[in-house]
Design a protein around this ligand. Structure first.
Ligand SMILES: C[S@@+](CC[C@H](N)C(=O)[O-])C[C@H]1O[C@@H](n2cnc3c(N)ncnc32)[C@H](O)[C@@H]1O
Length: 236
């Protein structure tokens, strides 16, 4: 038994090294297999509703904020079904089939328009715009860094809405300092901000308030986002 276990661990170390992943990932395949059993019964609360945590291999949801972002986003997508919907950043098509428009500058995927969102000029306005952990990358992880571009993109996205149309944008706190600064400023574009905070290594999340931002760090103590900001707005 001991020999079998040592051989298994050696094999895992070798596979992890060959794949160029950090050694901390050795246990990851085992964790992924156990995950449905661990998380099957678990759920989280958000805005007075209970959601099941999202278990999905795409984006390794069990490791980061996608575990809560995706269920919240899918609920919002379903609530607007039949309307003209735009997604900025190709995320949700990896989890569900949907007919909505998608703009993503770099990702090559069926149905995905490879345009810069700040230059995107559709023929007709949208009733709902959604964006999952993408805005913080705009102008920040692009070839030429433009720190103000993320906020410009938000204002441009708002202008793509029809009167009465609404927008939901999820943003990990601590990845893009200029965006974070905007979210705390009186000129913040959103009507409402909501906050979810990671509180355990088991990737448990709870609703929190803006007061959590002062201590929140990206990647600390838990990997990836420790607080996610959810911005809501309606175009009048
Ligand atoms: C976190 S990824 C989201 C998509 C990815 N499939 C995922 O699930 O992680 C952020 C995406 O933002 C897109 N992006 C970055 N700058 C952009 C811009 N200016 N306009 C539109 N999309 C942009 C990138 O192409 C990238 O795919």
């Amino acid at each position: 038994m001991a020999r079998w276990f040592t051989a298994l661990i050696r094999k895992r170390i070798l596979e992890t090294r060959l794949a160029g992943r950090p050694l901390g990932d050795i246990l990851y395949p085992t964790y992924v297999r156990l995950y449905p059993f661990i998380f099957f019964m678990r759920s989280f609360e958000y805005e007075g509703k209970r959601y099941r945590y999202m278990f999905h291999p795409y984006g390794a949801t069990i490791r980061g904020e996608r575990i809560v972002e995706i269920p919240i986003a899918l609920e919002a997508l379903a609530a607007h079904s039949g309307q003209r919907i735009l997604e900025v950043g190709n995320v949700l098509s990896h989890y569900v089939e949907s007919e909505h428009d998608i703009v993503d500058k770099y990702e090559q995927a069926p149905g995905c328009l490879n345009e810069d969102i700040v230059e995107f000029r559709p023929m007709n306005p949208y009733h709902f715009i959604i964006s999952i952990s993408t805005v913080e990358h705009i102008g920040w992880n692009e070839h030429e860094r433009d720190p103000e571009k993320a906020v410009r993109a938000l204002f441009h996205m708002k202008n793509l809405l029809a009167p009465g149309g609404s927008m939901l944008v999820t943003m990990p706190w601590g990845e893009n300092p200029d965006l974070d600064c905007h979210l705390q400023s009186p000129e913040c574009i959103f009507d409402t901000l909501r906050y979810m905070q990671r509180v355990s290594w088991r990737n448990t999340w709870i609703p929190t308030t803006a007061s959590a931002l002062a201590m929140a760090r990206y990647g600390k103590p838990y990997p990836f986002a420790n607080v996610v900001v959810l911005g809501y707005l309606r175009r009048r």
